[in-house]
Design a protein around this ligand. Structure first.
Ligand SMILES: Nc1ncnc2c1ncn2[C@@H]1O[C@H](COP(=O)(O)OP(=O)(O)OP(=O)(O)O)[C@@H](O)[C@H]1O
Ligand SMILES: [Mg+2]
Length: 266
């Protein structure tokens, strides 16, 4: 086992020592994905270690969302294999439901239930899928809403919340299932600029607390400060991976240099 210690300077004056690299938690080997005749993923090999924050970046259409959806089994794969915590992803049935509960997902579009309050959104999974008693789920749900800074909005409906608040409820909902890993697919892309920082701060807090995270984002500042590893994808392939220092400091491919030149100057 390889233990690495990083010092992350998240905000001025606050240095957090973060140790990463536990056991392999997600392992993709030779994963290929086709949509009809179009190949969206080519021979993807990727290991995410327990406690690690992997940020996935790359141009539009490079396969980032497809990668997340395959890890969560929202899409089937055509070749290779995906293991979560040593278990091969099951095809269907109860084993799949259980494994899915272990992999949280936060989407660009929040996906909250419109006719349920913030608290109900957070307690639904634990009570319905995990059979946790309502009172216990509500107590935990309130704690989680507090943790993401929307405790005062427990009784509000999604339409009564800002985008940033809705996304933080969505993060609390993912946490409520006690997942082993959370996948974030562009969680701030649909937000008005003034709400982006509050969501990224919650995510940085989770990272600091040791949550294993795979984050697709265009927020390069977040990648720099919170990622243990940056994965760069283009045309359905992983072209580069490395620490933020190495990737941003000296990207090894022309594709990555072109991509960074575009996103860092726009
Ligand atoms: N359900 C689908 N049917 C057909 N093609 C698809 C489907 N989903 C994705 N694709 C194609 O697969 C490729 C990868 O798409 P994907 O959504 O994973 O890209 P992405 O990197 O997430 O892009 P973006 O940054 O725009 O979100 C694209 O060319 C896309 O058109
Ligand atoms: Mg996408």
């Amino acid at each position: 086992m390889n233990r690495v210690c990083y010092r992350l300077s998240l905000t001025e004056g606050l240095n957090v020592t973060k140790s990463t690299r536990g056991e392999p938690l997600i392992v993709l080997e030779g994963v290929e994905k086709f949509f009809g005749g179009f190949q969206a993923l080519h021979a993807i090999n990727l290991t995410v270690f327990s406690g690690e924050v992997v940020v996935v970046i790359g141009p539009s259409g490079s396969g980032k969302s497809t990668l997340c959806r395959c890890i969560n089994r929202l899409e089937t794969i055509d070749a290779g294999q995906i293991m979560i915590d040593g278990e091969r992803l099951p095809e269907e049935g109860r084993a799949l439901a259980r494994l899915r509960a272990e992999v949280g997902m936060v989407f660009q579009s929040f996906n909250l239930f419109a006719h349920k309050t913030a608290l109900e959104n957070v307690t639904l999974g634990p009570t319905k899928v995990k059979g946790i008693p309502r009172e216990t789920a509500e107590r935990r749900g309130r704690e989680l809403l507090d943790r993401v800074g929307v405790g005062a909005k427990a009784s509000s409906y999604p339409a009564q919340l800002s985008g940033g608040q809705q996304q933080r409820v969505a993060i609390a909902r993912a946490l409520a299932m006690d997942p082993k890993v959370i996948l974030f697919d562009e969680p701030t892309s649909a937000l008005d600029p003034e709400y982006i920082a509050e969501v990224l701060d919650v995510m940085a807090g989770l990272a600091r607390d040791g949550m294993t995270m795979v984050v697709v984002t265009h927020e390069m500042g977040f990648a720099r400060r919170a990622a243990d590893r940056v994965v760069f994808m283009a045309d359905g392939r992983i072209l580069e991976e490395g620490t933020p220092e190495v990737f941003f400091g000296s990207p090894g491919t022309q594709r990555a240099r072109d991509f960074l030149a575009r996103v860092l100057t726009h």
